[in-house]
Design a binder for this molecule. Sequence first.
Ligand code: SF4
Ligand SMILES: [Zn+2]
Length: 269
Amino acid sequence: MNIETKVKKTIKEYKLCNKKEKVLVALSGGKDSTVTAYLLKKFGYDIEGIHLDLKIGEYSKRCLKAVKKLCEDLDIKLHVYDIKDDMGSGICYLRSAIQLKQKGNLKNCAVCGVIKKWIFNRIARKLYAKKIATGHNLDDEAQTFLMNIFKASPKLSANIGPISRNIQNKKFIPRIKPLFYVLEDDIRDFSKKNKLPVVYEKCPCSLDSYRIQVREFLETLSGKDKQNIIKNFNNISKRIKKDSKIEYCEACQEPSRNRLCKKCELMRV
Ligand code: SF4
Ligand SMILES: [Zn+2]
């Protein structure tokens, strides 16, 4: 099955989005989110793009340039969020300050991921988007699933799946992953074949050695093996108990399972 058919099937089977609702695509400048936007636009969905300018030196400049080019080429309305304007510093400084406070236990991507999710949810709501689409692919999801097993925390895998299904709250904008069943290599080939403007280099801050180790292990597996990991996840996902209690963060009023949301917990002085 080619990428286009696979993505159409995933959207239909999991009811990811419909053509009457606005979908905000989180565009990083990398191949995955670029292909996500390209396909959703091609299939006729009402999409807009959001790019977070994280201020990671020249890398961020290249990403912004690629995203702008994509949106111009495909006629996609683009929103650019400048983290320095809004939060006072680039992600590297924010992250280091948090890690210092937490005595360095938190990985770069864990900190950055929490902040990005918080920003995306707020912006999507302001723009009246009904879904947030991200570029997560089958390799990413298999990696997360395996890491949760190795950490003996299978409950964390409740977040995995083509659509976020573990949070039901009117202020929470569901996140969708149209590339959930697509292998990373196929996405790379597709983006090159279609000459999409993509930054192929990895983010210089993705230094989580454990994640890299799991990724390297996954690279030794065949596509079929990786698909089987996800099949296994699908078999057990129905049995993962979901925590349904959602309230609001006392500090920012965003949906949260605890008194403070993860972002405010991290940024607390
Ligand atoms: S790779 Fe990690 S540090 Fe870099 S932008 Fe993504 S989440 Fe943030
Ligand atoms: Zn908060």
